[in-house]
Ligand binder design. Sequence first.
Ligand SMILES: [Zn+2]
Length: 96
Amino acid sequence: MSIRETFTDLFKRTTKTAAGASFAVEQLCQCSPAWPGLETTANGYVLPAEASSHYSVLTNPEIGPFVARCTGCRARYPRPWVIPPGAPMPFDWAQE
Ligand SMILES: [Zn+2]
């Protein structure tokens, strides 16, 4: 099994809300100023996200299924981002 398949299975609900809608909207940020804040989700938990010059292993779209969105308008963030160090990662998700 590839890393991507493993991650997609482990985090299979990361790109959908609990209601089944897409977590992020495919649009440019509508806020002023743009991108006032970023957030991501993992199995129903909302986690902070922050813009970065590079992706992390988890946030790289070539590997993992995570998406970041604007905290204001829910637009999908199109550039590299990371889950900041120290963010409360709810690892109990893996127990589900
Ligand atoms: Zn926005």
